[in-house]
Design a protein around this ligand. Structure first.
Ligand code: TYD
Length: 204
């Protein structure tokens, strides 16, 4: 059986990536691809427990502890869900992955980027996405999309989200072949046209 593919969806909260992931999932399924949709943090099982802590724990969480919880979730997710699916020929569409840790814990919280890259590599056992979409929106737009019901991460403030956004743009500059930035202030259909066009180019 031929190997599958690993595509990740990234961007600040409220950037619209989950909508685009669903649209690509529908498109691929209609076109006969085997697709698996998943997410970080918390795809299932142990991951769901970690997700609950990461998004809802209301006591103090140190920045390094937060990073390790995301990384622990990632290691479990890669080993038990992503790798087996890719080996069985699935296109895996993942809502957030390693670039979230670089953007949020690295650029956002200020932890050392090189160390995070190293830890990400440990958590993924060296597996890298084949293609990554970064959905870019200004912070005012993304925060207004999130609304007033914010989880622990979403409550981090405007300055934090500006750094996260800049972080994603830096990542894309460093890895232009893998990471494609799409202006996500455009209407949903226009953003999706870009997604499909990039995906088709990538398949060639
Ligand atoms: P989620 O509800 O999945 O957000 P979204 O719908 O925007 O994807 O919450 C995940 C939150 O966790 C989000 O605020 C980003 C954050 N996060 C990190 O800070 N680091 C990480 O490594 C990952 C995977 C997520």
């Amino acid at each position: 059986m031929s190997k599958g593919m690993f595509i990740t969806f990234e961007g600040a909260d409220g950037c619209g990536k989950s909508t685009q992931l669903s649209l690509l999932n529908e498109y691929l399924a209609k076109n006969g691809f085997k697709v698996l949709v998943t997410r970080e943090p918390g795809a299932k099982g142990l991951g769901e427990r970690l997700r609950d802590i990461l998004l809802n724990y209301d006591g103090e969480v140190s920045n390094r502890c937060e990073s390790f919880l995301f990384l622990a979730d990632r290691a479990q997710h890669i080993d038990t869900i992503v790798k087996p699916a890719i080996e069985n020929g699935y296109i895996v569409l993942c809502d957030r992955h390693t670039d979230s840790t670089v953007a949020y814990q690295g650029y956002g919280r200020g932890l050392d980027i090189e160390r995070i890259n190293y830890l990400n590599d440990l958590a993924t056992d060296g597996l890298k996405p084949n293609l990554t979409f970064v959905f870019d929106v200004d912070v005012d737009t993304s925060m207004s999309r999130v609304g007033s019901q914010k989880d622990r991460m979403e409550s981090a403030g405007i300055e934090f989200f500006n750094k996260v956004r800049q972080g994603y743009l830096e990542i894309a500059k460093k890895e232009p072949d893998r990471v494609k930035v799409i202006d996500s202030t455009l209407p949903i259909e226009d953003v999706f046209e870009r997604v499909i066009s990039i995906f088709k180019t990538f398949l060639k």
